[in-house]
Design a protein around this ligand. Structure first.
Ligand code: NAD
Length: 293
């Protein structure tokens, strides 16, 4: 069994990004600038946003964190997004989800300029992804593709089973794994909470990608010997031995599943770090104006 080391690969990618950023600075070109909007005080969101800002600092990007109170109206938030859209110094914008219930995530995503949509959630960018036109790929699926690529994992003709059909992970992942390129060319099955015989379908997977949000749900009865297992889940479970009172676990029961796998991602240290790497690469592409000249 080989551990897919998101920590090592993401640090390689950060080094590459830092180098290109330093070259851009030396050539007098614009340094990538990421803005993040955080609404309210959700614990995990605070952690995610601060690690994105920290990564920007580490690789030499500029970053701006815009914080708003939980009570901000939808109209006021959309106006703030519009200001970022019109600010030429900012290349990429992310709005951390979840948002308070009175704010429509769809309206927020549609208000972000497609040219600054480094999370790849705007319908125009989703459409381009489906049509296999060059654009910002959603950061988590993008990070998973980079991981598969750097470990040279064969995907062509393989049966890839994805658990979870979210707009940010499962659904775009299914489209990317079916594309006629590498990584891709897999035969994809997208499963979800209404799927019958989930265990049986998962047992057919050469590549199993779990994006569910249920700690340890994928057990050995769902995994074929030799499968590649990608665990997207990040779940907090109580742990009184930790200072924070919790620890992070994935959707896969790692200890029981790992012995069956050819490759597996750990949690933490797997897909989470690759997601940040994907976001940073998208931000550099936004600054370079790769997709929206
Ligand atoms: P979501 O909550 O939007 O969707 C969960 C999906 O799981 C749904 O499509 C649902 O149909 C499916 N599901 C739920 N219960 C099921 C069951 N019993 N059987 C089969 N399918 C079931 O999830 P999301 O936003 O994609 O997040 C999933 C997990 O991934 C969460 O733990 C989240 O924290 C994590 N996540 C991690 C990263 C990362 O960078 N590693 C990024 C995004 C999300």
């Amino acid at each position: 069994m080989v551990l897919l080391d998101g920590k090592a690969i993401s640090s390689q990618i950060r080094a590459e990004l830092a180098e290109e950023t330093a070259q851009r600075r030396a050539q007098g070109l614009k340094v990538p600038h990421l803005a993040a909007i955080l609404v309210g005080n959700d614990g995990p969101s605070e952690t995610y946003v601060s690690s994105k800002v920290k990564t920007c600092q580490e690789i030499g990007f500029e970053s701006t964190l815009l914080r708003f109170d939980h009570s901000i109206s939808e109209a006021a938030l959309l106006a703030e997004i519009q200001k970022v859209n019109e600010n030429p110094s900012i290349d990429g914008l992310i709005v951390q989800v979840p948002l308070p219930a009175h704010i429509s995530v769809d309206k927020v995503m549609e208000t972000i300029s497609p040219a600054k949509d480094v999370d790849g959630f705007h319908p125009i960018n989703v459409g381009k992804t489906v049509k296999n036109l060059p654009t910002f790929l959603p950061a988590t699926p993008y990070g998973i593709l980079m991981l598969l690529k750097r470990y040279e994992i064969e995907t062509q003709g393989k049966h890839c089973v994805i658990i979870g059909r979210s707009q940010i992970v499962g659904t775009p992942m299914s489209i990317l794994m079916a594309r006629n390129e590498y990584p891709g060319n897999s035969t994809v099955t997208l499963t979800h909470s209404k799927t019958r015989d989930l265990d049986g379908i998962c047992r057919q997977a050469d590549i199993l990608i779990a994006a569910i949000g249920r700690p340890g749900m994928v057990g050995p009865e769902m995994v074929k010997q030799g499968a590649v297992v990608i665990d997207v889940g990040i779940n907090r479970i109580e742990d009184s031995s930790k200072k924070s009172g919790f620890r992070l676990v994935g959707d896969v029961d790692f200890d029981r599943v790992a012995p069956l796998c050819s490759y597996i991602t750990p949690v933490p240290g797997g897909v989470g770090l690759m997601t940040i790497a994907g976001l940073m690469r998208n931000t550099l592409k936004a600054a370079r104006k790769d997709f929206y000249p």
